[in-house]
Design a protein around this ligand. Structure first.
Ligand SMILES: Cc1cc2nc3c(=O)[nH]c(=O)nc-3n(C[C@H](O)[C@H](O)[C@H](O)COP(=O)(O)O)c2cc1C
Length: 320
């Protein structure tokens, strides 16, 4: 998620689960080819497995970027066919590509031919006047013919005019049945469903119908949900607690500060770590006020943590 799941956020999420697949923010092909490459796509090997998400529609450029991403050590290349912003539309990529399945197929073909890692597509279920399942299915079948086996489906359509990107993430209704039907009719495909998955119960429901789920905003707001879903999925148990994760991230912050980063930026992904715990609000507001003032001082993390009341301690206090 643009401006959210940067490398620091992903490092932090990886501390919470050693097995979920993590995705970069969308990075455009021109940014990789002509920008400060390390700034845009540099990442720590500890974050892996990470999929890089590319934005673009120039077949040659995408193939070159896929190769560069593979050389950087990414585990997967994902093409964005879901972003509805004006800027992205002007560049002829993102969600508007739902109207150009043949071009997406050509992009897929070129990227897959350039690398040995999996290439996947993240799409909507339609844009603008595209309504029914048949149009969505036409898009998928066209790209599938080029060899694509994995589709991440944000299960709502996007309106390219009249709705902001933010509105396009909640106004058009979610139609999970499109993703379910896609899987039922194409059992050989990997279908990953995305959009509005906010609880472990939601996740369990979707796992009955699809191969996987992708979670965006809920993991940002309440990152420990990653662990809850990790456990619900029966993945290898992890022993660390929220506090262990905070300590490990504190060590990472110290390293990043030595490289010139500010604590102010680094605390963003951890604001929701104690979501749902007593004292969480004070923890967050302490981080938000202190980190910009003490840009190099990782002790701010422990001081903020001190506001959170352990549930065990709370029970003891309740009884006494
Ligand atoms: C701030 C923000 C930035 C986003 N940036 C991207 C992006 O770069 N690439 C992408 O595929 N989706 C992006 N999305 C959309 C999410 O990946 C996801 O499809 C959408 O939020 C629905 O899932 P959710 O309900 O689990 O959040 C972004 C969402 C938000 C809130």
């Amino acid at each position: 998620m643009l401006d959210w799941t940067d490398r620091h956020c992903r490092y932090f999420h990886r501390l919470i689960s050693n097995q979920v697949m993590l995705y970069t923010e969308m990075v455009t092909a021109p940014a990789i080819l002509r920008g400060d490459r390390d700034k845009y796509i540099g990442f720590s090997p500890e974050e892996n497995p990470v999929a890089i998400q590319l934005g673009g529609s120039d077949v040659k450029d995408l193939a070159t970027c896929a190769r560069i991403a593979e050389d950087y050590g990414y585990a997967e290349v994902n093409l964005n066919v879901g972003c509805p912003s004006d800027r992205v539309q002007k560049g002829r990529f993102g969600a508007c590509l739902m109207k150009e399945p043949e071009l997406v197929a050509a992009c897929y073909d070129a990227m897959a031919g350039a690398v040995n890692i999996p290439v996947t597509i993240k799409s909507r279920i339609g844009v603008d006047e595209q309504e029914g399942y048949d149009q969505f299915n036409h898009f998928i079948q066209t790209v599938k013919t080029a060899g694509c086996e994995t589709f991440v489906v944000h299960a709502r359509k996007a309106l390219l005019k009249g709705l902001s990107p933010k509105q396009n993430r909640h106004v058009p209704p979610l139609k999970y049945d499109y993703a379910y039907r896609l899987k039922a009719e194409n059992p050989e495909l990997n279908v990953v469903v995305n959009g509005g998955i906010n609880t472990v119960e939601d996740a369990i429901e979707h796992w009955q119908h699809n191969d996987g789920i992708m979670v965006g905003r809920a993991f940002w707001n309440a990152p420990w949900l990653i662990r809850d879903m990790h456990e619900a999925a029966g993945l290898t148990a992890m022993k660390s607690s929220r506090d262990d994760v905070l300590q490990a991230y504190k060590a990472y912050c110290a390293e990043q500060i030595d490289k010139g980063l500010s604590l102010h930026w680094l605390i963003r992904p951890i604001l929701g770590l104690y979501h749902g715990q007593m004292g969480n609000k004070k923890y967050k507001s302490y981080l938000v006020t202190e980190a910009p003032r003490r840009k190099n001082d990782v002790a701010v993390l422990d001081e903020a943590r001190a506001f959170v009341i352990d549930s065990e301690k709370r029970e003891f206090e309740d009884v006494s």
